[in-house]
Design a protein around this ligand. Structure first.
Ligand code: ZN
Length: 320
């Protein structure tokens, strides 16, 4: 599990190297779960809003024992069985945005995962992303989408069942798919920026998959809507869990047919074709920045950049 043989290129993406067996078969074993919840070796990743607990100058994610959590666990709005590694059972403990679990502050500091992810060990970032994704789903699934009644958590936190007897619908954790695509044409790739990003930041194009649409069709539609570029030869590359708030990024390469760019839907402030030479030069000059290396966006750009002999993106960004 989690190695390259299973995950291929995706295993190198941020939030992929979980290092946990999920043990879905144990989610229905209420007695076993109850024992694990109180077991001194079990560990809990606290999630407060979108924040996770870290400690150290070079930050590491903190997973607390049941004793360290103490009475705070009673205030958790969600407790989720994440899985097991090396005989240790891991849970997520989610606390509401409004109510800071201040008594846990002695164990570290709460930081936003999105900003901290690239500083954390890959396995820690992946587990925190998993924990955040599950806790966020619980927060948004407290009421039944069919009848509006309250729901309750079951199956180790992997099901929420509607409490209305005439409904009883079961709701499951969800991941909303979004495509992300590097469009290449000759020596160039197509990069764009949204107006609210920091100055100079460019990235590949992305957008949510709509109902009734394949991933490939979503790639073609998003690129055309955002830049006026038609694409062909859409090829899947890798994927990445993206818990901001509950997504899965599905990454592609595509070939751009036309060179002319027309910003059609106003989502981008700028889009342009960039060659490796331009990218390297502007990275060196500091006039262009790329997304964090933890993002699949960075990995797609790196994969394209490094495909030409003699070019290595890490030499220009300092990322490994
Ligand atoms: Zn219902």
């Amino acid at each position: 599990m989690g190695d390259d043989a299973v995950q291929g290129r995706s295993g190198r993406n941020g939030f992929a190297a979980l290092g946990l067996e999920r043990h879905g078969e144990r989610r229905g074993e209420a007695g076993w779960l109850a024992v694990q919840l109180d077991h001194p070796a079990s560990r809990f990743y606290p999630v407060w809003g979108t924040r996770i607990l870290v400690a150290g100058d070079v930050p590491r994610a903190v997973a607390l024992s049941r004793a360290e959590l103490g009475e705070t666990l009673v205030r958790a709005e969600a407790v989720v069985f994440l899985g097991r590694a090396s005989g240790v059972t891991y849970f997520a403990a989610g606390f509401s945005r409004a109510e800071a679990p201040e008594e846990l502050a002695g164990h570290g500091r709460f930081v936003d995962l999105r900003g901290a992810a690239s500083l954390l060990p890959a396995e820690h970032a992946a587990r925190c992303a998993y924990a955040l994704g599950m806790v966020t789903w619980h927060r948004t699934a407290r009421f039944c989408g069919t009848c509006g009644a309250a729901t309750e958590s079951m199956q180790g936190g992997f099901v929420r069942r509607c409490l209305a007897p005439d409904c009883s619908r079961e709701h499951f954790p969800r991941s909303d798919p979004a495509i992300i695509v590097l469009v290449e044409r000759g020596e160039y790739c197509l990069l764009g920026r949204q107006g609210w990003w920091e100055p100079g930041r460019l990235s590949v194009l992305a957008g949510y998959v709509e109902p009734g649409e394949t991933f490939e069709a979503a790639v073609a539609r998003e690129v055309l809507e955002e830049t006026g570029v038609e694409v062909t030869a859409v090829r899947y590359r890798s994927s990445q869990p993206w818990p901001f708030p509950g997504g899965i990024m599905v990454g592609f390469f595509a070939h751009g047919i036309n060179r002319e760019i027309e910003l059609r839907d106003g989502e981008l402030e700028e889009a342009r074709w960039v060659s490796r030479e331009q990218l390297a030069r502007e990275l060196k000059a500091g006039t262009l920045t790329l997304p964090y290396s933890v993002s699949i966006a960075y990995r797609l750009i790196e994969e394209w950049f490094d495909a030409a002999p003699g070019w290595r993106l890490g030499e220009w960004t300092g990322e490994v």
